[in-house]
Design a binder for this molecule. Structure first.
Ligand code: PEP
Length: 257
C-alpha cells in the first residue's frame, strides 16, 4: 500500500479552550471551511460542548466527525467526575484520543492505564488516536526510538490485528507541543518510518502499510505542506492551530496529495 492509499487524517484537539458561543462559532467555521475535504477530519471539543458541537454538525451534513479528548474506561459506576465511552457515544462522538502527552505528563497517566483505555475504546467500537512521543530530555539522551517503542508496545498490548483499522497513531514529540518548535520534516519522517517498522514487527507488513501515522507538535499552515509531503506522515493532530478555522482549513488542505 502506498502513501496515496492511506486516507489522510487531521484531528483538531481543542483542549481546554472555547466556551459555549465560541465552540458553536468554531464548529460552524470549521465545517464551512473543511466540511467537504477528502481527508478524514475530526474535532475534539471539551466534553461540555460535545452535544452542541455535534448538533451544529449534524445540521450541516458535513464530513467532519466528532471526537472526545478523554474518557474513563470503566463502563459506569462510582467514578466522580469521569465520563464513560457510552456517554460519549450518546453525544455522537466516534473517535477518542489516548496517550496524549498532557494526559501522560501533566495528569500522570501510566502506560498501563493508556492501554486499558485504548482497549476499552476499541471494544466499544470507537476510533482511537493513540499518541506517543518523547520528552526533550529523552530526545537529548538519545532515547527517542526507545520511548516510542515502549509507548507503542504498551499502548497496543493485547490489541488484535483485526482491530487496527480503528487505530490511528500520532507521533507527537512532547517538546514540540504548543511550543512553536517543530521537528524537521526529515526527523519526523525518520521517526514515522521507525514507528511503521515497529507496527510491522508487532503485527504484519500489511498492518504497517495500512496504519495512518500522524505528526503532532506545532503544525501550522506554514509547515504543514512540507511535513505532510513526507511519505510516512499521513496527516496531523493539531492543537493551537485548530482553534482558528482558516488555519485549520489550510492544514487540512495541505494533506491533498
Ligand atoms: C496537540 O495537542 O496534540 C498538539 C500537537 O498541540 P499543538 O499543535 O498546539 O502543538
Amino acid at each position: 500500500m502506498s502513501t496515496a492509499d492511506r486516507k489522510p487524517f487531521v484531528g483538531g484537539n481543542w483542549k481546554m479552550n472555547t466556551n459555549s458561543a465560541g465552540a458553536s462559532a468554531l464548529i460552524g467555521a470549521v465545517t464551512d471551511r473543511s466540511g467537504s475535504s477528502d481527508a478524514e477530519v475530526v474535532v475534539y471539543p471539551p466534553f461540555v460542548y460535545l452535544r452542541e458541537v455535534g448538533a451544529a454538525m449534524s445540521g450541516k451534513g458535513t464530513n467532519v466527525r466528532l471526537g472526545a479528548q478523554d474518557f474513563r474506561h470503566e463502563p459506569d459506576g462510582a467514578m466522580t467526575g469521569c465520563i464513560s465511552l457510552s456517554m460519549l457515544k450518546d453525544c455522537g462522538a466516534t473517535s477518542v484520543l489516548t496517550g496524549h502527552s498532557e494526559r501522560r505528563h501533566v495528569i500522570g497517566e501510566s502506560d498501563s492505564l493508556i492501554n486499558a483505555k485504548t482497549k476499552a475504546a476499541l471494544d466499544a467500537g470507537m476510533q482511537v488516536v493513540l499518541c506517543i512521543g518523547e520528552l526533550l530530555e529523552e530526545r537529548e539522551a538519545g532515547q527517542t526510538d526507545a520511548v516510542n517503542e515502549r509507548q507503542l508496545r504498551a499502548g497496543l498490548d493485547g490489541v488484535a490485528e483485526s482491530q487496527l483499522g480503528q487505530v490511528v497513531l500520532a507521533y507527537e514529540p512532547v517538546w514540540a507541543i504548543g511550543t512553536g518548535k517543530t521537528a524537521t520534516s526529515g526527523d519526523a519522517q525518520d521517526a514515522h518510518t521507525k514507528i511503521r517498522g515497529l507496527v510491522e514487527s508487532m503485527y504484519s507488513a500489511d498492518a504497517a502499510s495500512k496504519m495512518r501515522i500522524l505528526y503532532g507538535g506545532s503544525v501550522k499552515p506554514g509547515n504543514a505542506v512540507e511535513l505532510f509531503g513526507m511519505p510516512d506522515i499521513d496527516g496531523g493532530l493539531i492543537g493551537g492551530a485548530s482553534l482558528n478555522a482558516d488555519d485549520f482549513g489550510a492544514i487540512v488542505d495541505a494533506t491533498g496529495r
